[in-house]
Design a protein around this ligand. Structure first.
Ligand code: FDA
Length: 315
């Protein structure tokens, strides 16, 4: 319960501009950021990607940024993705979807008021066109619970033209098992995660065990379905269960993948890849790392001490 309260406080901090300024200026923050974020520019992201590919890992690249406040910022995010995809293609990294991109619709304009969804859809279309040219895929990250319907509507429109566009579903939400059934069809790519936000109990399981049980039910639906499941978790118990279910339903090792974050259980990622398993590392990069970093800290309250130390050394 205390851990849940800490998590809620930290997640609220991810939206606090004053705290953001303090954390961004704190010298010790740099080490913390380096653990979870590949760097600020394309060059650093590409270096990290090449390194991970060398270890046999697949990659999804996320250009950090969310909740853009105007259309010009949304267009800049879109153009940055298009530029990145061009460079991935030129380097041969994106062939066969080995390196793809993850996109937050709120970074493409989704939160810009009544026309925001359409703005995000058009920007996402441009990114999908660039991904198709590069021979790879796009996955739409899932954000706050209030955006799920909008994100799934955009997904549906994009999939009319590019059936490989992937979705993310959050096991912490009560609706997700039903969403998994809707999205378990042929060609569908679904990343299942626990959920990094703090939704109200009315729509979410209030305790971690409820989320874990939901994760197992959802994983069973996806693994038994006709799509391509992407099980995103570092939780060893859930990964063992997923493995057993995949075996039980006769799903081949190359017909689903495990996904983990850069900087979390790196040795395990390399070990699984060494066994020939499909493992994809989520690699965030860019200047706008604050909200992402705070969500990572919220997942592991032990990391809170590191953040507090970094803040006190600024004084
Ligand atoms: P849990 O948090 O229970 O962690 C299990 C174990 O993993 C911990 O005991 C610890 O050992 C290790 N661990 C986990 N997080 C750690 C951390 N930050 N630092 C150190 N160790 C850690 N969420 C979302 O809402 N929308 C999205 O689009 C995505 N996308 C996404 C992609 C990928 C590839 C991953 C792996 C995760 C996401 N998430 C996400 C985040 C996800 O919802 C969730 O918050 C984190 O993955 C942490 O949950 P776990 O399943 O790892 O379990």
């Amino acid at each position: 319960m205390i851990a849940e309260a800490q998590r809620a406080v930290l997640l609220a901090a991810s939206r606090n501009d004053r705290l953001r300024g303090l954390v961004e200026r704190a010298p010790v923050t740099r080490d913390l950021v380096h653990r979870f974020v590949a760097g600020t520019g394309d060059d650093e992201a590409l270096t990290a990607t090449a390194d991970l590919r060398g270890q046999g890992l697949l990659v999804t690249l996320d250009r950090l940024g969310e909740d853009v406040r105007d259309e010009a910022d949304a267009a800049r995010t879109r153009d940055a993705y298009v530029g990145l995809l061009g460079r991935l293609s030129a380097l041969g990294l994106s062939d066969d979807g080995d390196v793809e991109v993850s996109v937050k619709l709120s970074a493409l304009g989704q939160a810009l008021g009544s026309g925001g969804e359409q703005v995000a859809l058009e920007n996402a279309r441009t990114i999908c066109e660039a991904a198709a040219l590069a021979g790879t895929t796009v996955t739409l990250d899932m954000e706050d619970h209030s955006t799920v319907d909008s994100t799934l509507r955009v997904l549906e429109r994009l999939r009319e033209e590019w059936p490989w566009v992937g979705a993310v579903l959050q096991a912490q939400l009560r609706r997700t098992e039903a969403d998994c059934r809707d999205l378990a069809g042929t060609g569908s790519r679904v990343r299942l995660c626990k959920g990094a936000y703090a939704p109200p109990d009315a729509v979410a399981f209030p305790d971690p065990h409820g989320t874990d049980r939901s994760y197992v039910r959802c994983a069973k639906v996806l693994l038994a379905g006709d799509g391509y499941p992407m099980l995103a978790t570092h939780d060893p118990v859930l990964l063992d269960i997923a493995e057993a279910v995949a075996l039980d339903v006769g799903r081949a090792d190359d017909a689903w993948e495990v996904q983990m974050l850069l900087g979390v259980r790196a040795q395990e990622q390399a070990r699984l890849a060494g066994l020939g398993r499909r493992v994809r590392t989520y690699v965030p990069y860019g200047d706008d790392w604050y909200a992402y970093l705070v969500r990572r800290l919220a997942e592991r309250p032990a990391n809170l001490a590191l953040l507090l130390r970094s803040l006190t050394t600024t004084r």
